[in-house]
Design a protein around this ligand. Structure first.
Ligand code: NAD
Length: 248
């Protein structure tokens, strides 16, 4: 299928590696100007440089997405430099796993702040110009564990489930401006985040995946790309599972 795209400004958080990097590269391949955000300036810088080296358009911005005032300042700069963004992908995320009995407040708050509040900060900072243009695409990266839960991930699954609820509310609020808001819920994807899982845990997880393998960052990027395209203009408030059939 040929997706129709006109060149837009797109911002992807957590674009320094893994799923965010694949999403940024995929959108850049369609001619969009990419603003690659991550906490680490060298990783988002390297991704932006690689996109430019391949003939694309990209800039890097090092921002800690869990810091409300840092996100607000970055949004002001982006509005000044580019007039805002047309596409916003809230992808940055972390895990701090542990059973509830042993989970400290810091592990709870940091995960909620980084995975959920951050998406609210970016939308709030970039919404005004998007509403004026009367066109926008917002995609929030949730997780299969936001749908099913997972022992040892109360903080992470709460944040990821929260993103789905936030997506649906925002979709209703922004609909009159032709801004769509959707979520993508990846299953287990081969990235640094899942590389830390011991071999026997990975084998056990694969046994619970109908397609019997981990997904790739490109599997997620392809779905995000579609949701950001003109072709997806009649889809909003949805959560798409890209998980090899885990959450049926
Ligand atoms: P990753 O750890 O490989 O990459 C995460 C990226 O987010 C990095 O670039 C990191 O610098 C950035 N980041 C983290 N904290 C940040 C902060 N405070 N400010 C700015 N940037 C920050 O992770 P990944 O596997 O590519 O996951 C990407 C997203 O997909 C996350 O939201 C994750 O929860 C979600 N997800 C991943 C999987 C999986 O199996 N890998 C499954 C479901 C959902």
């Amino acid at each position: 299928m040929n997706l129709t795209h006109t060149s837009k400004v797109a911002l992807v958080t957590g674009a320094g590696r893994g799923i965010g990097k694949a999403i940024a590269e995929n959108l850049a391949a369609d001619g969009h100007l990419l603003i690659c955000v991550s906490k680490n300036p060298s990783s988002c810088g390297a991704v932006a440089e690689a996109i430019v080296a391949q003939g694309g358009k990209a800039v890097a911005k090092a921002v800690d997405v869990s810091d409300a005032s840092a996100v607000a300042a970055a949004c002001e700069e982006i509005i000044k430099d580019y007039g805002g963004v047309d596409i916003l992908v809230n992808n940055a995320g972390i895990t701090r796993d542990g059973l509830v009995m042993r989970m400290g407040d810091d592990d709870w708050n940091t995960v909620l702040q980084t995975n959920l509040s951050s998406a609210f900060y970016w939308v709030k900072g970039l919404l005004r110009p998007m509403t004026k243009k009367r066109w926008g695409r917002i995609v929030n990266i949730s997780s299969v564990v936001g749908i099913q839960g997972n022992a040892g991930q109360a903080n992470y699954s709460a944040a990821k489930a929260g993103l789905i609820g936030m997506t649906k509310s925002m979709a209703r609020e922004f609909s009159t401006r032709s801004i769509t808001v959707n979520a993508v819920a990846p299953g287990f994807i081969t990235t640094d985040m899942t590389a830390v899982l011991p071999e026997e845990v990975q084998t056990k997880i694969k046994g619970a995946i109908p397609l019997a393998r981990f997904g790739t960052p490109e599997d997620i990027a392809a779905t995000v790309n579609f949701l950001c395209s003109e072709n997806a203009g009649y889809i909003t408030g949805q959560c798409f599972s890209v998980d090899g059939g885990m959450a049926m």
